[in-house]
Ligand binder design. Structure first.
Ligand code: PEP
Ligand code: MN
Length: 342
């Protein structure tokens, strides 16, 4: 249920209704909008106390939330959420551009990439220290040594850093260094990890599982929101289909679909979504045209010799060219790729 407060409801009335919701054994999620405040009342036995909540002071109405996800839904919060983390702002008219290598390989690789992508207009730096690899014999990432390199790159460039966390037990370590915790496609439904990320206080980039539906993605986001973390970005990174020409099938219709259903910003990953360097810039532009609030793109100083995902990575020059194209499309859809000003 959503308890919709009247316009001009007082702070005391709002606090009273939060207490009421909690007294009924429901979890209260107040959302303070520009027009009015709503309190999402989340729990199993929701509709039972509807009438008594309806008669509360300052309450305009109590409505049921139809979507299976609650706090993530537009019904609860019509205004788009803007997620800010250091130099990164994603949502509404703010477009984020997260760029960097698939894996952190060395300090030199990371610092040269950080400077190059920043000069080309990136607003955050990516790089994996814990890598989910299909084979246990593939490079698994530099782990904490990689996180330290990432922190150095942030110090040198001022770019916020985005990096994957694969296990709930690693969240404190990764959160110590990262501005944004990335939860990868393989872990989208690792519910303990989602809860731990929700409790971390860091913004989260939640990638869609390769076989996950939109509802499953939104319910995964709900775990993070329900743990008290409002700073969640959804990421479309393609799904597995019968098609083998591209690594995954990048379903861009999910961008406007998600925007209709959730206030959370939507980021697109055209690197994993296509698996081919030459397809990345045009799909990046297409994602922006579809309304994406941000992009995450793999960039490497020497893609041919990358330790992971070189075949889908851009070199510095290709990234710069991509940025020129992206700025033009962003302008056409009233978005701005820019550093966080707040
Ligand atoms: C990555 O970003 O390098 C990655 C492993 O992505 P995904 O989880 O989408 O496969
Ligand atoms: Mn990768």
């Amino acid at each position: 249920m959503i308890v919709v407060m009247k316009q001009g409801a007082t702070k005391e009335q709002i606090e009273h209704m939060i207490e009421q919701v909690e007294r009924f054994g429901l979890k209260a999620h107040p959302i303070y909008g520009t027009e009015r405040t709503v309190i999402a009342a989340i729990g199993e036995k929701r509709d039972e106390h509807r009438q008594s909540l309806e008669s509360g002071p300052g309450v305009a109405e109590v409505v049921s939330i139809l979507a299976p996800y609650k706090v993530a839904s537009r019904e609860v919060k019509p205004e788009p959420t803007v997620v800010r983390a250091g130099s990164l702002a994603v949502g509404n008219s703010h477009m984020g551009m997260i760029a960097g290598p698939c894996s952190i390989e060395s300090e030199e690789q990371m610092l040269s990439t950080a400077h190059a992508v920043k000069a080309a207009g990136a607003t955050a730096l990516r790089g994996g220290a814990f890598k989910p690899r299909t084979s246990p014999y593939s490079f698994q990432g530099m782990k904490e040594d990689g996180l330290k390199i990432l922190a150095t790159a942030r110090e040198e460039t001022g770019l916020a850093v985005v990096t994957e966390v694969m296990a709930a037990s690693d969240v404190p370590l990764v959160a110590k260094y990262a501005d944004v915790l990335q939860i990868g496609a393989r872990n989208m439904q690792n519910y303990r990890l989602l809860e731990a990320a929700g409790e971390s206080g860091r913004a989260v980039l939640l990638k869609r599982g390769a076989s996950a539906t939109m509802d499953e993605l939104l319910l995964a986001a709900e775990y993070i929101l329900n743990a008290g973390n409002p700073n969640v970005m959804l990421c479309e990174r393609g799904i597995r289909t019968f098609e083998t020409h591209t690594r995954f099938s990048l379903t861009l219709a999910s961008v406007p679909y998600l925007h209709d259903r959730t206030h959370l910003p939507v980021v697109v990953d055209p690197s994993h979504g296509t698996g081919h360097t030459n397809l990345v810039p045009r799909m990046a532009a297409a994602a922006i045209a579809a309304g994406a609030d941000g992009l995450i793109v793999e960039v490497h100083p020497d893609p041919e010799n990358a330790l992971s995902d070189g075949y889908q990575s851009l070199n510095f020059e290709q990234f710069e060219e991509m940025m020129t194209l992206c700025h033009r499309v962003a302008e056409a859809v009233d978005k701005r790729i820019a550093l966080n000003e707040a």
